[in-house]
Design a protein around this ligand. Structure first.
Ligand code: IMP
Length: 433
């Protein structure tokens, strides 16, 4: 990989609705990094990474953990399910990947509790057609508690007295909601207290002030890579609200979610799929009709890495990604899964939305427009050749290069990586064309 493909302090974000293939790109960029940092989300993520002849799906730990010698940080903006955390460490240990002395967890990160998972399920169950289609991992209720000053942080768990007092207070509130609103049985204080006290001893060696660790690493000129989870359009501020996750999945989240100064960030790279997918509910103007959907889903193996749900698939939406270029300040893009389009005779790119006689060239916030807009497409001829064996830009079929160049022009952003398969080697680095 060319050394200049990334700068010393780089944020990598998904530029669509998640599942852009960030796991593979992070894995590649990890080679050029010293520290890899997760800054938001939790075990709702599913980053698929190949390591040797094995495939790992990491939900909570930074993908860099598969590289021996690299340090990994779970920042304060992440919500941590300790059961998932230790389960993932165990899976890695079984494959001789060890995390001791190289995995660091922020003492300010918030913890997911069993009542968060339950509330996520109960709320989704009650919403009927208004449901979000969450991963039911308790992510939303945990972030809601954080904002409502009802959260419990890692530092709170580490102090037995604080933890006892805090859990007593918080559980009273949670049990009240469970009983009064959902007619559900309350949680037992002693059961949760026992379970989490047990976690305390196991978690303690990983806990530190990660903002200090990162500030020192930056001063020592270490290379820091921020691993965004989900995607910009699932961001609670910039996404297709309310069909979003509950964290800042865009580049801004890397600042609030780690405590590293924005002045230290040198670049933001966006990962985009060569077409579009989304899991869960919410507007999707360029969604394919059923037959094409089934075909591309099969070709692209588009099934959720966390929940196994089939992903919805559609044409590339330039308005969607243009919005991501803007709110993240993308300077480069990595385009993934180009090979999935190899057999399509015509490939469409959405360049505008049409709604009630008005044409939209920028991604609108209005839910009604998004739900009913008719996409305006330009058509590109398909290349109808296999690309997954190609390793150089100049060897790509002319029509594939033309499709990618068209995307670059529309988005005013350079493509520096093209992925044409899940293996590390199935990658084209573009270092000047
Ligand atoms: P939550 O994050 O579980 O609350 O789910 C909220 C929305 O974000 C749902 O539409 C999920 O399908 C979606 N979502 C959450 N995490 C991911 C992800 O890693 N990839 C794709 N979609 C996600």
């Amino acid at each position: 990989m060319p050394k200049n493909i990334m700068k010393r302090t780089t944020i990598l974000v998904g530029a669509q609705w998640g599942d852009e293939g960030k796991g593979k790109i992070i894995d590649l960029l990890t080679e050029n990094s010293d520290i890899i940092v997760r800054y938001q989300g939790g075990n709702n993520a599913g980053h698929t990474v190949r390591y040797g002849d094995k495939k790992f799906i990491l939900h909570l730990l930074p993908s860099g953990i598969l590289h021996p010698g690299k340090k990994c940080v779970i920042g304060n903006g992440v919500v941590i399910d300790l059961e998932a955390f230790f389960h993932e460490i165990e899976i890695l240990r079984e494959s001789n990947v060890f995390v001791k002395n190289r995995l660091f967890v922020s003492d300010r990160a918030h913890l997911i509790f069993p009542y968060h998972r339950l509330l996520d399920q109960l709320r989704e169950g009650q919403k009927g057609s208004g449901k979000i289609g969450t991963t039911k991992r308790g992510i939303g209720p945990c972030y809601a508690d954080k904002a409502d000053r009802l959260g419990i942080r890692v530092a709170d768990l580490m102090n037995p007295k604080v933890f006892r007092d805090r859990l007593t207070y918080v559980l009273k509130e949670q049990n009240h909601i469970l009983q009064a609103v959902y007619r559900h049985q309350p949680f037992s204080f002693s059961k949760i207290h026992r379970e989490y006290t047990h976690y305390r001893d196991r978690l303690s060696p990983f806990v530190c002030s990660t903002e200090l660790l990162l500030a020192e690493a930056h001063r020592a000129k270490k290379r820091i890579l921020f691993e965004g989870a989900q995607g910009t359009h699932l961001d609670v501020d910039h996404g297709t609200y309310p069909y979003v996750t509950s964290s800042n999945a865009s580049a801004g989240g890397a600042i609030t979610g780690t405590g590293l100064s924005p002045a230290h960030i040198e670049e933001v790279i966006g990962v985009v799929k060569a077409y579009t997918t989304r899991v869960g509910e919410g507007p999707f103007p360029t969604e394919f009709p059923p037959a094409l959907m089934a075909m591309v889903r099969e070709l692209g193996e588009e099934f959720g890495a966390t929940t196994g749900r089939p992903r919805r698939c559609g044409w590339f939406d330039a308005l969607l990604v243009k919005h991501s270029v803007l709110v993240n300040g993308l300077s480069k893009m990595a385009v993934t899964k180009l090979d999935v389009l190899d057999t399509l005779p015509t490939i469409k790119i959405c360049v505008a939305y049409q709604y009630k006689g008005k044409q939209f060239r920028n991604f609108p916030a209005d839910q009604e427009v998004l739900a009913h807009a008719k996409p305006v497409y330009v058509e590109c001829p398909g290349w109808l050749e296999q690309t997954s064996h190609i390793r150089e830009w100049k060897k790509l079929p002319a029509k594939a290069k033309s499709y990618l160049t068209r995307l670059e022009d529309m988005l005013e952003t350079r493509i520096s990586i093209v992925s044409i398969g899940s293996e590390r080697l199935q990658t084209i680095f573009i270092d000047g064309k």
